[in-house]
Ligand binder design. Structure first.
Ligand code: G6P
Length: 443
């Protein structure tokens, strides 16, 4: 069963031979390591290089946390947050917490904002549960997770004492650099390493994503297996037409060159909403530089048809749409007949809810196409760990190819430093004295 099937028929784009060649060359560059940003290509062969020992170590640590805690707080931001969050949402029952009996620990997130209310309410709720924490930061110096970790670490130490707290904290960070590594070594926290050559937004299949997911009870072996299949399916030896990552990268670059500056990723399954968020970081940080790049936006359907639908149908014609289309729902619900039929819905009686969802999807696709919004469909057979693993790697590979086609280094993010410098200057961080004076004068 293929995890991803790409359909570009509704884009109105034919891919010229020279674009096919360029996409193949871009893919080859990712494999040869001769392109820009080549010190960050560890993700290319990451799925196939995950060993039994790696998975075993992650599962063993996850089992320890699961035994100790019924809530586990994952602290991280950006690439150290979105992958785990995306997969967890995709594979979870959204109403899990309403069930009286909880069979898996609840995985929560912190450090992805600097909201005082958020952290207060989280710490408050944790008072009623035994808890543990996974602190994740590749650089080990990111402000948001560092603040959250300081507060959560203090709470754990108050609750359990320093020694037991050190058994309830796991660090995922660089092998040698950064404040988090120093802290983890000093406090004796179990630690997992984020490889040097895997950037944050490409790190979901390292312990960054796998450890929280294993804690939540996700089948990380199936996730990795799906990614391994996709690694093979998008290898540089695969002909262009058969490589969905190359085709997706090529078609979105052709659309961009034709004035479609905004790509809206959407799905008719609300569970995939955070896949959109993960994808936005992946593509936004990889391509948005040197005054170039498709702006990655997202919608959740059909909800957003009732808010953004008007704009997509008739607003500025700079959009194209990519829909992750799920072929088979995991559950079955049929619409019932109603004797009075006051709502006029008896024409749907006996149909599955998913049939209505499918017709909405097909109807919208044609309406948007007619309205000048080209449509790419990424069909996945179902929402399962294996399929999601394939989807993640598909997007990563396509992103690398796409960035090279666009002519940027897809593996850096120099632009994110600008706000940090201002923030530190405003907060009077030592070393920022001159900048502090200058920036305060501008307020
Ligand atoms: O994992 P960390 O080093 O804490 O980084 C977390 C995130 O923050 C940074 O500002 C980068 O823009 C992201 O690419 C990164 O994923």
């Amino acid at each position: 069963m293929k995890t991803v099937t790409l359909d570009i028929a509704k884009t109105g784009i034919g891919i010229p031979a020279d674009m096919k060649t360029k996409a193949q060359q871009a893919n080859a560059l990712l494999h040869s390591g001769e392109g820009e940003g080549n010190d960050f290509l560890g993700w290319v062969h990451l799925p196939s290089s995950i060993s039994e020992a790696d998975l075993g170590a992650i599962e063993a640590e996850a089992a320890k946390l699961r035994a100790r805690a019924d809530a586990v707080v994952c602290i991280g931001i950006g690439g150290s947050y979105l992958g785990a969050k995306a997969v967890l949402e995709a594979l979870s029952d959204p109403f899990k917490l309403l069930h009286k009996e909880q069979t898996q620990p609840t995985v929560l997130f912190a450090g992805q904002n600097i909201s005082e209310d958020y952290i207060h309410e989280l710490l408050d709720a944790l008072k009623e549960h035994s808890f543990a924490a996974i602190v994740i930061s590749k650089s080990g110096t990111t402000t948001e997770p560092a603040i959250a970790f300081r507060l959560i670490k203090a709470e754990l130490e108050r609750r359990y004492g320093k020694q037991e707290a050190a058994q309830r904290i796991v660090a995922v960070t660089d092998k040698a650099r950064g404040a988090l590594k120093t802290l983890a070594t000093q406090e004796g926290y179990p630690t997992f390493v984020i490889p040097d050559d895997v950037g944050g937004r490409f790190s979901v299949l390292t312990p960054v994503g796998l450890l929280p997911l294993a804690v939540a009870g996700v089948d990380i072996r199936a996730l990795v297996a799906g990614a391994q299949e996709m690694e093979r399916a998008t290898d540089r030896s695969v002909p262009f037409e058969e490589n969905p990552a190359a085709v997706y990268a090529a078609v979105r670059n052709l659309l961009y060159a034709g004035g479609k500056k905004i790509e809206i990723l959407g799905s008719y399954e609300p569970k995939l909403q955070y896949i959109n968020e993960w994808w936005k970081q992946l593509y936004g940080e990889s391509e948005g530089k040197q005054g170039k790049g498709i702006f990655p936006a997202s919608v959740t359907l059909t909800a957003d048809l009732h808010s953004m639908g008007q704009y997509i149908q008739e607003g500025e014609r700079t959009l194209f749409e990519t829909i992750i289309s799920v072929e088979k729902p995991a559950r079955e619900v049929r619409i019932e007949a109603d004797a009075e039929n006051l709502d006029g819905l008896n024409f749907l009686a006996g149909k599955r809810v998913s049939e209505v969802n499918r017709m909405a999807e097909l109807g919208v696709q044609l309406a948007h196409m007619d309205g000048g919004v080209p449509n790419i469909r990424i069909a996945i057979p179902e929402i399962s760990a294996r399929v999601i693993g394939g989807l993640l790697y598909f997007f990563e590979k396509a992103c690398g190819i796409s960035g090279y086609l666009l002519g940027v280094n897809p593996f850096n993010q120099p632009g994110v430093e600008a706000y940090k410098k201002n923030m530190f200057a405003l907060l009077d961080k030592p070393g920022y004295e001159e900048a502090s004076k200058a920036i305060k004068a501008r307020l």
